[in-house]
Design a protein. Structure first.
Length: 278
């Protein structure tokens, strides 16, 4: 299985070059088309007027021209970063500037690709706002690969940790990650439950083998006092994992406040690529 179309968000911030390099590598490996996108706000942000930052028609016009010029500069720099990585790649690629006033535009674009590669927070030029990868994971209907700003190996995906829970979201993440799992040297399933099987059941083992997974094993962590995020990070270090696959669970603001969220906790301490599916 392969990803045939890949989307990568590019900006002029630190981390964009490594993100583009990762996207190009995956596009080559999967013989995929690659789409680079830049997020740009349209017009003068309403809050600047509401808060009195700009107070007259002339000031609004001047501010708009200045911010538009900054957005054009940022777009040009991001596009240059994207296109500089393409000449020797031998892949089909395109560039698009999207309206970043709402996450809906990017989510809609992500739905038309097999894989979206994003940083955790995406700047919307001219830096008046940002969009979170969590929102895209919840609304795009497909896998989102979230990359840290720096510090991850360029060949990530060799040793994959699957944060497993017998749930719809985990099953969806597993299916969306097949291209990575089939190519990995090692796949480890980690679950943080008190009672559970020490081995992957026979049906699951056969399921993995049918999709080309070379090695896989289930690790049951019975430290029920430790937060799940802490358990996952512990096994990342023990296993030497270089990528995480996990389901993303959408909750209300009250539930997030009361219960927290494992996936959001992992993203808050992002040190390696995380593939999310909802």
């Amino acid at each position: 299985m392969r990803y045939r179309s890949i989307l990568v968000q590019v900006d002029d911030a630190y981390g964009a070059r490594a993100r583009v390099s990762a996207a190009v590598r995956l596009a080559i490996e999967h013989n995929a088309t690659l789409t680079g996108v830049f997020l740009k706000s349209e017009g003068t942000p309403a809050y600047l007027v509401a808060e009195g930052v700009v107070t007259s028609a002339e000031a609004v016009d001047l501010f708009y021209k200045e911010t538009e010029a900054e957005a054009v500069r940022a777009n040009d720099e991001a596009r240059a970063t994207f296109e500089k990585a393409l000449p020797l790649a031998g892949i089909s690629a395109s560039w698009h500037t999207l309206n970043g006033a709402s996450h809906d535009h990017l989510a809609n674009y992500a739905r038309r690709h097999d894989l979206a590669i994003l940083p955790r927070r995406m700047l919307v030029a001219p830096a008046a706002a940002d969009i979170s990868a969590e929102k895209i994971a919840l609304s795009s209907g497909g896998p989102v690969l979230v990359l840290p700003e720096a510090g991850y190996p360029p060949t990530f995906g060799r040793k994959i940790l699957v944060a497993w829970k017998d749930s719809r979201e985990s099953a969806r993440a597993l299916r969306d990650a097949w291209p990575f799992l089939a190519a990995a040297e090692e796949v480890h399933f980690v679950t943080a439950i008190q009672d559970g099987e020490r081995q992957l059941d026979e049906v699951m083992q056969r399921h993995l083998q049918e999709h080309g997974c070379k090695t896989s094993r289930l690790i049951v962590d019975r430290d029920t006092d430790a937060p799940t995020g802490e358990v996952i990070r512990r096994h990342i270090d023990l296993l030497g994992a270089d990528m995480i696959v996990m389901g993303f669970y959408g909750r209300s603001r009250l539930q997030e406040f009361m219960l927290g969220g494992v996936s959001r906790d992992m993203l808050a301490h992002l040190t390696m690529p995380v593939l999310l599916s909802h």
